[in-house]
Design a protein around this ligand. Sequence first.
Ligand code: HEC
Length: 138
Amino acid sequence: MIRYLILAAITVAPSLAMAGDADRDAIIAGYAAEARAADPGFTVFSAAAGERLFRTKWASGDERTPSCTACHTDNPRNPGRNAKTGRPIDPVAVSVNPSRFTDAADVEKQFTRDCESVLGRPCTPREKGDYITFMSGQ
Ligand code: HEC
């Protein structure tokens, strides 16, 4: 009995501690599979490309939101503010907000909404993976 309890503790404990990371890793893996399907030459996501996506003034979407920084600010570790509604937004950097990018449905919903607002088009799987990779290191 004791033996089983110890075994259970050993197998369950790490997965609880890593829950956020495992969910985020699964989301990134999903985008990697989509990116590879679109381009067989795809290898890994790039934090630098994610940062460019974040900071570029695209000016091809809603004029109130030329870039991601319009709402998420220049510093992902800072709280943001919605440029359309004025509502506060929690920081998007994983270091200060470890629950970021751990709910696949939320992540997809916001990418759809925010990329349309800023770029005037959907983000590609590669852009999404690059973005999360950048934010994971922030
Ligand atoms: C109009 C304001 C606004 C702009 C511009 C904006 N966002 Fe967001 N973003 C939000 C809001 C509001 C949320 C949802 C609230 C939250 O997650 O704190 C959010 C959340 C997200 C999330 C979900 C994060 C998670 O942990 O689930 C992603 C992904 C995201 N934004 C990506 C982007 C990208 C990429 C850009 C630029 C192309 C961008 N956002 C520009 C307002 C904005």
